[in-house]
Design a protein. Sequence first.
Lengths: 110, 115
Amino acid sequence: AQRVTQPEKLLSVFKGAPVELKCNYSYSGSPELFWYVQYSRQRLQLLLRHISRESIKGFTADLNKGETSFHLKKPFAQEEDSAMYYCALTVGTSGSRLTFGEGTQLTVNP
Amino acid sequence: DAGITQSPRHKVTETGTPVTLRCHQTENHRYMYWYRQDPGHGLRLIHYSYGVKDTDKGEVSDGYSVSRSKTEDFLLTLESATSSQTSVYFCAISTRGGGIADTQYFGPGTRLTVL
């Protein structure tokens, strides 16, 4: 079965510093990877996905199949980036069910 | 928000009582999902539906049942609530056909406390 691991439960950086949220997965095939974000008191929303290869709010993520990783990066963190971030994958079986990691709470300090 | 609402938004109940949570969508999407969110576990799939009266189990389905008699509504029932079911419950929909290129959109969540 597939699995997603986010090794950091909490991550704290200062405004303007680079930030990297780690995500590792285990699956023998070719999954589709996502990053979802949940701001305080808001619903979960899609931040970006691998298949789109886009940059949202300055965040990027590169799929490394050799290391089975999909780390989320931003060169200059902003206070409004403070949120809970979830890495997730789907393997294309019926229903595009998502498997989520445990989440990383990012705090950007002024 | 893909037209997804959940009700109630907050509920406190006692152990052993039945509880039903409702997810409503306005855009006639075929696939709907129920997840629970718990610290240290992220979100875990409870059940999902791929059409009216078509449902299947997720990874944490024990103690839960679902029903979908209309495209727009997906109900989650806790037959006899336990304290371990205290959680935040999220409904989601898929915007396409449920394939690997699909994207899920989430409702606002229901915070359930079982005393």
